[in-house]
Ligand binder design. Structure first.
Ligand code: HEC
Length: 492
């Protein structure tokens, strides 16, 4: 072959390949620059191409009685929302997946996000008018929890129904419920799943372990609030850990068990590991109710699989990586609580004097001194690893003014590794992410949490943000903030 012929063949092959992929490629091009035409290629078929994607990736939440505001179950429902679907998919808002591009790959990511091709298919279909050529598909039925040979299924149900409520003008209720697994021996939790009583209102759930020594305090909280459970926002409201060990010890072995959000299945912990639940421990189930969807009484269940101590699982421990929060009022804002001292007094009035020491404690932990706090929108804190550690699961936690959060290992060195990067924090989509490839850390390695908060979210009246200008410090309430990295690790 002459060079010309060779390049002609090469071009022919490329053209053939492009034709074979015509629809997705045209759609990708369209998706990228928005307004180029999808070309002459036939638009994707609704029933063949679009319906399976919507059934797999959307209908778990977008179903009658589900958490999403409208169902995407029938061809008519999907077609009538084609333009809105395209906007939400194009901007990356739907399906909800907060980790950004710098994040590593997580377990189950492919089942909860759209592939480039799926995204392109939806956009090309919507662009061609969102037409229907046949029926929609049913969302796959949820599988029952997997219970392995040596495991027991614990069905922890709220003892009675709870009717979500909130003060006028507030659309979220955060409620903690104490659940008793009644285990007569030491066990390890190996998976956790929530069966919402009212799927329409249960937005996300976090499970915490309550050590036997903390149960009296939890019962007191439960009794102090009318109705089942107690009001809680940033955490359980319980004092951290038991009294044994140092402050950093308590941060290195905290009480997290698992997080759950709609559309997530079993949440099985990494094979061979489990969260230890000592005999007599209980569970706090913290539920975020979204009142925009109503206030129907809810009676949710936590389904946990547990293995006995004899299974010899490696304990999965929770490391907390808090960073200071020192967020001044914006220059245009005025008010008494814009003074840091007034904000500190306010914290101690609301939560007791202990709460007012936390901001200083965090400055000492992360900066070495609390004497001259400098307000900053971005906060970091480094923690040195002291024992060989394998990092399995990463999560971040901030409140309503949070705007970005990142957890990384050995930042600024050749061994740097991002564990979690959420470039657009949304309090309403919190979860924990299991690393597809667990990361090993050696003594001397550094884990860094970096949080960015944005007071402008308050000035712009973002959803649910209390409006009074104030100097924001670390605290449990909706008017306070947190900057918290959470790692679930095994050691040794
Ligand atoms: C994990 C649950 C969940 C999944 C999965 C999900 N959605 Fe949603 N969707 C919601 C909720 C909840 C809302 C309401 C807005 C919010 O809370 O962010 C919403 C809102 C929307 C909106 C309205 C957005 C607006 O700006 O008003 C569209 C359109 C949408 N979803 C489309 C989709 C499509 C298409 C998929 C699949 C590719 C999908 N969603 C997957 C839960 C989900």
């Amino acid at each position: 072959m002459t060079p010309d012929m060779r390049s002609a063949v090469r071009i022919a092959i490329v053209v053939a390949a492009v034709l074979a992929l015509a629809i997705p490629l045209a759609a990708i091009a369209g998706a990228r620059d928005g307004d180029t035409s999808a070309g002459d290629a036939a638009p994707p078929s609704f029933t063949r191409d679009v319906a399976p994607i919507v059934a797999d990736k959307c209908a778990g939440c977008h179903q009658t009685g589900g958490i999403a505001p409208f169902p995407l179950e029938t061809a008519g429902q999907i077609s009538s929302k084609a333009a809105l679907i395209a906007t939400a998919v194009k901007s990356g808002v739907m399906p909800p997946w907060p980790p950004g591009r710098r994040s590593p790959e997580y377990v189950g990511q492919a089942t909860r996000t759209l592939s480039v091709q799926q995204r392109a298919t939806i956009l090309a279909w919507a662009k061609a008018g969102g037409k229907v050529d046949g029926p929609a598909r049913r969302a796959p039925a949820a599988k029952p929890p997997e219970v392995r040979a040596d495991e027991t299924l614990l069905d922890l149900r709220m003892p009675t129904a709870y009717k979500p409520s909130a003060p006028k003008g507030v659309t979220d209720d955060y409620r903690c419920f104490l659940l008793d697994p009644k285990q007569s021996g030491d066990v390890s939790v190996t998976s956790a799943r929530i069966e919402p009583g009212q799927a329409r209102v249960v937005h996300h759930v976090i499970l915490f372990r309550v050590a036997p020594a903390q149960i009296a305090e939890a019962r007191a909280l439960d009794g102090s609030d009318s109705g089942l459970g107690w009001s809680c926002f940033g955490g359980t409201g319980l004092a951290a850990g038991d009294d044994a060990g140092s402050f950093v010890d308590s941060l290195n072995d905290a009480s997290w068990v698992s997080a759950w959000a709609p559309g997530w299945g079993g949440n099985r912990l990494p094979d061979g590991t489990g969260v230890p639940l000592a005999r007599g421990s209980q569970i706090v189930m913290q539920v975020h109710y979204n009142l925009l969807n109503g206030r129907a009484p809810d009676r949710s269940r936590a389904l946990l699989t547990v293995a006995p101590a004899s299974a010899g699982l490696t304990p999965l421990k929770t490391m907390l990586l808090p960073g200071p929060v020192e967020l001044a009022c914006a220059p245009a804002e005025r008010g008494r609580l814009c003074s840091r001292n007034e904000a500190l007094f306010d914290l101690s009035r609301k939560y007791g004097s202990g709460a007012a020491f936390v901001p200083a404690g965090l400055l000492i932990l992360c900066r070495g001194t609390a004497s001259t706090p400098v307000p900053k929108a971005t906060s970091t804190c480094d923690r040195r690893i002291t024992a060989p550690t394998t990092i399995h699961i990463a999560a971040g936690h901030m409140h309503l003014l949070g705007s970005a959060i990142r957890l990384e290992l050995n930042p600024g060195t050749p061994r740097a590794k991002v564990l979690l990067d959420i470039p657009r924090w949304d309090f309403h989509w919190q979860n924990a992410y299991a690393l597809e490839r667990a990361v090993n850390a050696a003594p001397g390695d550094v884990v860094r949490i970096t949080c960015r908060h944005d007071v402008h979210k308050r000035m712009h009246g973002a959803h649910g943000v209390p409006k009074t200008p104030r100097y924001i410090l670390w605290g449990e309430g909706t008017t306070d903030e947190m900057c918290l990295g959470i790692l679930q690790v095994t050691r040794g």
